[in-house]
Design a protein around this ligand. Structure first.
Ligand code: NAD
Length: 264
């Protein structure tokens, strides 16, 4: 345990269960002394999120569907009342129709394109606009992205297009909010078996491919992502904004893996 986050208060959005990337991040932050609030989507998740929040000593667990402006306002009004100020936010939210996370990108429907962009991209900007008002003393905002934004990955399709837009929005937000001492960054996580990931076609194969082809020859864990998030959300990264930190066992730097066999 360290005290990197002592005295800091932050909101974690996107916790669904103990496999969630948000859980890895929340654990690392709580271990570093942060005070956490959680938001969850819909009543079905409340019974999962309540005990996890309690485990980290958090008493603030609030509903928020990021597709609904009034719901976002409700969340931030409640936080304003309880805390008044905010030091950081974590946005670990994405959504697309899983029927379109397989097959060809070209077959994406207009309705699912719009929904995917709304929930996976615009929501971060919508949340940033509210959080900014509670960050008079500066702050740090973090979202989660994937390499499918940069290069074509099988089945990622419209989500790859959405993540590309999310990564661009991180840069625009960094510029807008930087003069107020608010930093905005992304983590590009390698594939991790979560609820959201289980909707992606051939996900087990994608994980195997990453394990074999990344420089570290392994997949990353939610704790790997959590510890890197701690860096981006703490003052250790005070000079860093608009960044996309790859926590992917190095996969993104490899053009072609060397053949390991010594006799070739
Ligand atoms: P997860 O299923 O645990 O989390 C996704 C969360 O999004 C859930 O808590 C869900 O409730 C929330 N969500 C979806 N629609 C919402 C809405 N309308 N309002 C509020 N919340 C909503 O899966 P995860 O893999 O931990 O996903 C977290 C983030 O990490 C996502 O942005 C995902 O794209 C990203 N990511 C995941 C991987 C991976 O391999 N798992 C890799 C890179 C990036």
């Amino acid at each position: 345990s360290n005290q990197l986050m002592a005295g800091k208060r932050g909101l974690i959005m996107g916790l669904a269960n103990d496999k969630s990337i948000a859980w890895g991040i929340a654990k690392a932050l709580a271990d570093a002394g942060a005070d956490l609030a959680f938001s969850y989507q819909g009543d079905a998740l409340k019974k999962r999120v309540d005990p996890l929040a309690a485990q980290l000593g958090s008493e603030i667990v609030l509903p928020c569907d990021v597709g609904d402006e009034a719901s976002i306002d409700g969340l931030f009004n409640a936080l304003e009342e309880k805390w008044g100020k905010l030091d950081f936010i974590v946005h670990a939210i994405g959504f697309s129709d899983k029927n379109e996370l397989r097959g060809r990108y070209v077959d994406t429907s207009r309705a699912n394109f719009q929904l995917t962009m709304d929930i996976s991209v615009y929501s971060f900007t919508a949340v940033a606009a509210r959080a900014e008002k509670m960050m008079d003393a500066g702050g740090s905002m973090l979202t989660l992205t994937y390499y499918g934004a940069e290069q074509v990955m099988p089945h990622y399709n419209v989500m790859g297009v959405a993540k590309a837009a999310l990564e661009a929005s991180v840069k625009y937000l960094a510029e807008d909010l930087g003069k107020d001492g608010i930093r905005v960054n992304a983590i590009s996580a390698g594939p991790i078996k979560t609820l959201a990931a289980s909707g992606i076609g051939d996900f087990r194969y994608i994980m195997k491919w990453n394990e074999y082809n990344s420089p570290l020859r392994r997949n990353v864990t939610i704790d790997d992502v959590g510890n890197s998030a701690l860096y981006l959300l703490s003052d250790l990264s005070a000079g860093v904004t608009g960044e996309n930190l790859h926590v992917d066992a190095g996969y993104h730097v490899v053009g072609m893996k060397a053949v390991d066999a010594p006799d070739i």
